[in-house]
Design a protein around this ligand. Structure first.
Ligand code: GCW
Length: 671
């Protein structure tokens, strides 16, 4: 009975999704007629042709030719567009060209005929999805891939959903997906699960998307009952080789493995006195004959370290150059953990003889979950365009990872997905923009957030509304009254979140475990200190902030000059990172003349005022949005505003115990 009930519920959810009409940013208007010429046949090209026919907004009765001429200027996955031709060297390239052409038609962007190659070879989503269907740090419902520890049943509804997912990803250039959590269950490598992976791969393949899996390093001991999982043990090596062979026998284009090892209690090579390189290389050797890669995460820190921000660098720099060429070290954007703002990880550009890929978090673990409207593109842009100075001025994180500076064999970028079974996919309609932005930046690392927001708003909100009204007048009105203010709201939203949560370089003062609200005071005696907020803010009567200068933990020393010296001096350190690198007295004088305490009050307050202004902006957007999405976003903003006030009040009242200074007169009073 219970089972029957769950089935009905699941069916209802899936049907609802299929019917809700909000197919992300792929909301085509009624198409004009078009003839497609394409000499070659393949499942991918059939999709390309179908998409063109269903979405064509160019000249009516046009003829479009799809060609694969082997043009040397066009790179892997790239393409060249004119009004009537799409050229590429592969079927996938044609498909990406089709989506780009349709996007340009819909957003009325010129088609300029230049070659369009992606910045990274591999553009990958990481799902933190568990076999029981739960999603670690997921705020959009259960997993779209896994359900109730039951790998066997694959329904037509599942396949339809995976197809919609594949299509959305292909439309923004994503070409890989890791299907399960980095805190990996060994189950994933069992036959039943691998069969389900095969079924998923079959749906994703025509859309140019490869599947990858996260694996638990102790799988040989857990699954095959070997006495050890030591990466240098012959039986262990043979076990992995056989397992990899088995995977490729059923999924010939399998992408490779993602590993979280010797981190946060996960097993790893260090359990056996071996290094990350020993572990990664053993897996890389097993994958090499099949063309697979290993993405080895650098997210490591131990309770004993005096400064968690330094550990990844300390562990990985000595191993630079010791990894096989099919290993990529996957590095989170910042040295701690997906905070609203962090400086870039010092590993970028410093590992010169190893492939390194950035890992971003699309799901908003520390940024208000699926409730707060926070457009993350500006945060990623900030990281990608940060200058590491590692190979002279202009050695941005982007250029250090996309192959421009270091001739790494593979280039890649990963984003931790915010996708679940919710009918709008991401839990919040605006969270879809973060999925979109990740794909667009992975394709073109130099895109600007404003352009991305612009595209997403036009694709997501314009078509639906414009069908009914007379075109030209409506377009201008829509741009002035909806596009411009809502785009500005998106662009300001990340800075607002930083202001009301962790201004001036504060970090990790969120509530324990759930990482949603403020809890700067939380510090149980029996808990790991590096998991408690006071470890990070260091507030006391003498001041606030983490001293990472040469007189403190010397994390600044991990950065290249002139950056290291700049960060080391509070007068030169960008104020957005001030308390990340410095412990300063409460009456420290900021550049604008305010005391540090007053500035902190001002920042928290301005975060709240920004959210209030977002509410006003959204209220005015009502005529241009369907009521379902309008109300959902309005309610979330209301909650976000209440939360922002809570953040401000909790943090200011807590820190005031130490500063012993009054909250400035013009700041909204704590309630
Ligand atoms: O941010 C932390 C999260 C964990 C996560 C870990 C990681 C998957 O709180 O939930 O585990 O990072 O990135 O491995």
């Amino acid at each position: 009975m219970k089972f029957l009930f769950s089935c009905i519920l699941l069916l209802a959810t899936l049907t609802l999704r299929a019917q809700d009409g909000h197919s992300l940013w792929l909301q085509h208007k009624t198409p004009k007629s078009v003839t497609i010429i394409c000499a070659k046949k393949s499942p991918t090209l059939s999709i390309a042709i179908q998409e063109l026919k269903e979405g064509w907004q160019g000249k009516a009765d046009a003829t479009v030719t799809l060609t694969i001429p082997k043009n040397k200027t066009i790179g892997f996955d790239g393409f060249k567009l004119t009004e009537n031709t799409i050229e590429a060297n592969s079927d996938n390239g044609i498909l990406y060209g089709v989506y780009e052409l349709l996007r340009r038609q819909q957003t009325q962007e010129a088609i300029t005929g230049e070659v369009n190659n992606p910045s990274y070879e591999m553009r990958i989503l990481n799902h933190w999805d568990n076999p029981d269907g739960s999603v670690e740090r997921g705020y959009a419902g259960n997993s779209i891939f896994w359900r109730n520890n039951d790998a066997l049943v694959v329904t037509e509804q599942d396949k339809k959903l995976w197809q919609e997912y594949a299509r959305a990803n292909a439309s923004i250039g994503i070409n890989g997906t890791v299907l399960n959590n980095v805190n990996a269950s060994p189950l994933i490598l069992t036959a039943d699960y691998l069969n389900r992976v095969k079924a998923i791969a079959e749906v994703l393949r025509p859309y140019g998307i490869k599947v990858y899996l996260s694996v638990k390093f102790s799988s040989p001991a857990l699954l095959a009952k070997l006495k050890t999982s030591d990466p240098l043990n012959t039986e262990v090596i043979e076990w992995w080789k056989a397992k990899v062979k088995e995977i490729y026998s059923i999924i010939p284009d399998f992408g490779g493995l993602l590993v979280k090892a010797s981190s946060e209690g996960q097993p790893g090579p260090q359990d056996f006195g071996r290094t990350h390189a020993d572990g990664a290389n053993m897996l890389a050797d097993a994958l090499k004959p099949f063309g697979g890669i290993v993405m080895w995460r650098a997210f490591v820190y131990s309770p004993n370290d005096k400064d968690r921000a330094k550990q990844a660098y300390n562990e990985f720099i000595p191993l630079d150059g010791k990894f096989r060429d099919n290993v990529i070290i996957q590095v989170k954007n910042g040295p701690i953990d997906f905070q609203p703002r962090e400086p870039f990880s010092a590993l970028f550009g410093a590992m010169k003889n190893t492939s390194v890929m950035p890992e971003f978090q699309i799901t908003q673990e520390y940024l208000g979950h699926a409730i707060h409207l926070v457009f993350l593109s500006p945060m990623w842009e900030e990281c990608l365009q940060s200058d590491t100075y590692q190979e002279g001025e202009g050695s941005t994180v982007a250029r250090c990872t996309d192959g421009s500076i270091f001739k790494q064999k593979h280039t890649a970028i990963a984003g931790v997905a915010n996708i679940g079974l919710d009918s709008n996919w991401c839990g919040n309609d605006f969270a879809q923009a973060n999925w979109y932005a990740f794909g667009r930046l992975a394709w073109n690392v130099n895109l600007k957030s404003q352009q991305i927001a612009d595209e997403w708003l036009k694709l997501t909100f314009y078509n639906a509304a414009s069908n009914e009204t007379s075109a030209t007048n409506y377009a201008t009105e829509w741009a002035n009254n909806f596009l411009l203010p809502v785009r500005q709201m998106m662009l300001d939203s990340r800075e607002a979140a930083v202001n009301y949560m962790t201004p001036l370089g504060l970090h990790h003062i969120m509530a324990a475990n759930e990482h949603y609200g403020p809890q700067p005071w939380w510090a149980p005696k029996d808990w790991r200190p590096d998991w408690t907020p006071p470890y990070y803010h260091q507030a006391s009567k003498d001041g606030i902030g983490f001293n990472r200068t040469t007189t403190g933990s010397d994390a600044v020393g991990q950065y290249h000059e002139p950056l290291a010296s700049q960060l080391n001096n509070p007068k030169n350190c960008p104020e957005k990172f001030l308390l990340w690198f410095h412990h300063l007295p409460w009456n420290y004088s900021m550049k604008n003349g305010r005391t540090l305490w007053d500035e902190l009050c001002y920042r928290y307050d301005s975060g709240v005022q920004q959210v209030r202004s977002f509410q006003k902006t959204w209220d005015k957007a009502q005529p241009y949005v369907d009521s379902v999405r309008f109300i959902a976003v309005q309610q979330n903003l209301r909650m976000q505003c209440r939360n922002a006030i809570l953040w401000k009040d909790a943090c200011l009242l807590y820190f005031q115990q130490f500063s012993q200074m009054p909250i400035p007169f013009h700041i909204e009073r704590p309630v």
